[in-house]
Design a protein around this ligand. Structure first.
Ligand SMILES: Nc1ncnc2c1ncn2[C@@H]1O[C@H](COP(=O)(O)OP(=O)(O)OP(=O)(O)O)[C@@H](O)[C@H]1O
Ligand SMILES: [Mg+2]
Length: 702
């Protein structure tokens, strides 16, 4: 058996020739291994790009990876001792390599067992010096470098192809706690990696609990726009809930009453002027269970209360910021001019003999007079500006509001229902309600026309045959059941993974559906922490496939209406920024990182990079990592399927991973189209365009 010193010397492969912070040049010994090194205990391919070497120093050893190697012709061989002048020296090939330092490996001897333990730390404590020896790491050292034996790294994502197949393990708290991005070209293995990661996580948790009667309290929510994941978990019944539109057991529904006012405005493209306020009012009314046509006096009282609370806010505003500066002025004068309009409208419907008529006229006149008093022609003479009112002027309105309200039959104070609260209502009434509100609030035919375009959009959306079972299902789940379905119940006894198959949702609305789902998942996690978990979070992982289509890089387009894709990006940006606090981890999978929202990408702390060929995408990724590992990324275009580079928070140093192999039946469905077999009648494909055309045209119910 070799002594430690002998063993050590047998691992020396060369010596340091030059040192710069990011790059160390090494001259390989003549007898260094050529293609495989056997002296490390297990065969190691050496030298190989991205393989590891050690450069021992007083603090332990600097770990470096090979970033370049080559051969230089030297006029004479490298040899020690005096030159033998009797010999003719022939040009001699010298093998050289560049290595990039990435960390420091220290060893510690266990006092009890005497065993030596290695530990890797990030950063380079001492740079090597010229002449230092360069060593091959042993198997134990490699395992320490890739972190295979760390106690809290519990999930095996693959093995290291570089170094004797040491397992590559990750700590789930780190991997999911701070968002993970899985990036790579199509067919590079992202979906398989996601499926494998979830399967391994469940397996690892099962083993840790080690009790067949208990199942792990874990929650994965997979948003699956291509419907490919259901098949990857078929062998795990009871662990996975697949929600699919039209499914008998687990239909995917997202009733439209769960949408908030923003989402409604985006779907119906409500314009800010007249349409949006009416839409919000209708949502508030329906959620509060208010009748479609209420007695007139209730409407008047509601408006009086609304304007009174605005006026009180102006009075309470000590600085006058809300009404003295330019925009504030405009707003406050606008408010009173609206009051004038609203009262004028009501006056037309109140009998002149009614004593309240005179009081309302008084209020209306005061509002009109207020606006007139502050309106001044602007310098160019083509419009109006407003000058500043003082607080006393607002005070004069209070007795006027009171007198009108007192002259009307008493109306109980209404509890303000938010237009955003997820309170069930009959979605099919919404359009009628907006129409009725518009008829009540204005007699202007232009406004009525304008509103009609909004209600038309709402009606046609609800009439869409494929959409209506999702957003207005015949059987409505309660909100709590719906949440339990998506998140899983206490201890997730109904399964650990929820897969939302969105492939059958009409493509025009997948954005809004995903936006709503993401927002609800975020808000539910937030509420859990703030109200029920006593500050503790319910760890949940939200997985989004094809993230580049749903979380797009924002282009600053000016538009009055909010678009669904904007809402979608916003929802995920919010999760990326704040999700960690509420135990919500994001896993994004994308082919086009350069099209992904920069906010979201910047918040991802761990990256699993599969093959990426495209220039723009590679460049973007190079910006995400520190300089000394940029060399590693040069391998990205040539990575085979299943291999990926893991870098970021979950790993001390970037490592190359060969992702666990998934059995054919556990892979997400993503078969390539079989052109040849169909061409050559090997596989039968018949088409029924008639049926397709009928179904297509019949999307909208008559
Ligand atoms: N871990 C793995 N185990 C077994 N096969 C794999 C693995 N990773 C990739 N493959 C093979 O590569 C093929 C493509 O993988 P996958 O569907 O995961 O790619 P993708 O990156 O998700 O592509 P797309 O961007 O088009 O969705 C798979 O069908 C499978 O044959
Ligand atoms: Mg995929």
């Amino acid at each position: 058996m070799a002594t430690p010193i002998e063993r050590l010397s047998s691992l020396v492969v060369g010596s340091v020739e030059s040192v710069a912070p990011g790059k160390v040049e090494v001259l390989l010994d003549l007898d260094a291994p050529q293609s495989t090194a056997f002296n490390t205990g297990t065969p190691v391919a050496f030298p190989r790009i991205n393989g590891y070497v050690l450069i021992p120093n007083e603090a332990g050893a600097t770990v470096a990876y090979i970033s370049w190697m080559g051969i230089e012709r030297s006029p004479y061989p490298k040899r020690s001792g005096l030159k033998d002048f009797g010999l003719i020296d022939l040009p001699f090939p010298l093998r050289k390599m560049s290595v990039s330092p990435i960390g420091t490996l220290t060893s510690r001897q266990d006092r009890v067992s005497g065993e030596i333990r290695y530990e890797l730390s990030r950063g380079v404590v001492a740079f090597p010096s010229v002449g230092d020896q360069v060593l091959l790491p042993t198997r134990e050292q490699v395992e320490a470098i890739v972190g295979a034996k760390d106690a809290n790294k519990r999930i095996r994502i693959g093995s290291s192809p570089m170094s004797s197949s040491a397992a590559i393990m990750v700590d789930p708290d780190k991997l999911f706690g701070r968002h993970l991005a899985i990036l790579g070209n199509t067919g590079s293995g992202k979906s398989c990696t996601v499926a494998g990661l979830i399967r391994e996580s469940i397996k690892a948790a099962d083993n840790a609990i080690n009790d067949a009667t208990k199942s792990p309290n874990m929650r994965f929510i997979v948003l699956d726009p291509n419907g490919e994941y259901a098949r990857a978990f078929r062998d795990m019944p009871g662990r996975v809930r697949v929600f699919k539109p039209g499914d008998e057991k687990n239909p995917f529904v997202l009733p439209a009453w769960m949408w908030n006012s923003h989402e409604w405005a985006a779907v119906s493209q409500a314009q800010p002027g007249a349409q949006r306020p009416l839409l919000l009012q209708a949502l508030r009314n329906l959620r509060a269970g208010r009748a479609l046509r209420e007695p007139l006096h209730i409407g008047i009282v509601r408006q009086i209360r609304l304007y009174r609370s605005r006026t009180l806010a102006y009075i309470a505003d000590g600085t006058g910021a809300s009404y003295i500066d330019f925009v504030g002025l405009l707003n406050c004068c606008q408010v009173f001019s609206n009051l004038n309009e609203v009262m004028r409208d009501f006056l037309g419907r109140v009998s002149e003999n009614d004593p309240v008529h005179a009081l309302m006229e008084l209020l209306r006149g005061a509002a009109e007079e207020f606006v007139g008093r502050h309106k001044v022609l602007n310098a160019r003479g083509n419009g109006f500006n407003y000058n500043a009112p003082n607080v006393a002027e607002f005070n004069t309105f209070l007795p006027l509001f009171d007198s009108v309200e007192q002259a009307l039959p008493a109306v109980a104070p209404e509890e303000e229902i938010s237009e955003d609260a997820p309170i069930p209502f009959d979605v099919r009434q919404l359009a009628d309600h907006v129409d009725a509100l518009s008829a009540d609030s204005s007699s202007n035919p232009n406004v009525a026309n304008f509103i009609a375009t909004l209600t038309l959009r709402i009606r046609s959306m609800l009439a869409n045959r494929r959409l209506s079972p999702v957003i207005a299902p015949a059987v409505q789940p309660s909100f709590e059941d719906w949440l339990a379905g998506l998140f899983g119940d206490t201890r997730s006894t109904n399964g650990q993974v929820a897969i939302v198959d969105l492939s059958l949702v009409p493509s025009e609305v997948t954005h809004i559906v995903i936006a709503v789902l993401a927002r609800l998942v975020f808000e539910a996690s937030q509420r859990y922490v703030n109200h029920h978990g006593q500050g503790k979070a319910l760890p949940t992982v939200l997985v989004l496939e094809e993230a580049h289509t749903f979380v797009r890089r924002r282009r600053d387009e000016e538009s009055n209406t909010i678009s669904a894709s904007q809402l979608c990006s916003e929802a995920f940006e919010r999760i990326a920024r704040e999700g960690r606090k509420f135990g919500l981890g994001l896993v994004l999978s994308s082919q086009r990182p350069s099209e992904l929202s920069t906010t979201v990408l910047a918040q991802c702390n761990t990256f699993l990079l599969h093959r990426i060929v495209n220039d723009a995408d590679q460049e973007l990724i190079a910006h995400l990592v520190p300089d000394n590992v940029a060399g590693l990324l040069r391998e990205l275009p040539s990575l085979p399927s299943r291999e990926a580079i893991l870098l970021g928070w979950a790993t001390l140093i970037p490592v190359l991973v060969e992702v666990n192999e998934l059995a054919e039946e556990h892979r997400p469905r993503s078969a390539d189209p079989d052109f040849w077999d169909v061409w050559t009648l090997e596989k039968e494909r018949s088409v029924d365009w008639d049926a397709i055309a009928k179904e297509w045209a019949g999307d909208v119910q008559p």
